[in-house]
Design a binder for this molecule. Structure first.
Ligand SMILES: [Zn+2]
Length: 153
């Protein structure tokens, strides 16, 4: 089964930039500026093409200065208790911006929930609208809409 991924090359580029940022920082911890440049480019590309970064990527890039956040190298990580709830506080050592994560083991990210998966939706629609339009939907995945938008824009 081959699935066509929209903006495949852009995703490959984002993947490369993210890995490159990790590589240069692993080679030499003083390469913070270079890693920041890669991450900044990554954020610019994903913003322009409106591509969502995976939470694991998003959480390791500083929102303010685009630095790659690695614990002990570019960030400090502390545990704090606020309002009776334990939190993980990740602080960027370059600009001082903090990210807060509640320590909740039961928390589910939206992208990990079954309704967030695009492949589930056609099946739900097929069940609701019974038989008519069943075959055209299977032959044509919803990518045709995106192509039309591309031509216009
Ligand atoms: Zn920062």
């Amino acid at each position: 089964m081959t699935t066509q991924i929209k903006d495949k090359e852009a995703f490959q580029r984002l993947n490369f930039l993210y890995q490159a940022a990790h590589c240069v920082l692993a080679q030499n911890p003083e390469n913070i500026q270079l890693a920041r440049f890669y991450c900044h480019t990554l954020r610019t590309v994903s913003k322009r093409l409106v591509l969502r970064n995976d939470p694991s990527v998003k959480r390791t890039i500083c929102k303010r200065c685009s630095a790659l956040l690695i614990s002990g190298v570019t960030t400090s990580i502390r545990q704090k208790k606020l309002h009776g709830q334990r939190q993980t506080i990740v602080r960027c050592l370059s600009c001082g911006l903090t990210k807060r994560f509640l320590n909740n083991a039961k928390y589910n990210l939206w992208c990990e929930q079954p309704e967030a998966q695009l492949e589930v939706h056609p099946r739900i629609n097929q069940d609701k609208h019974s038989e008519h339009k069943k075959d055209p939907e299977q032959k044509r995945p919803s990518t045709s809409k995106g192509d039309d938008e591309k031509k216009q824009g």
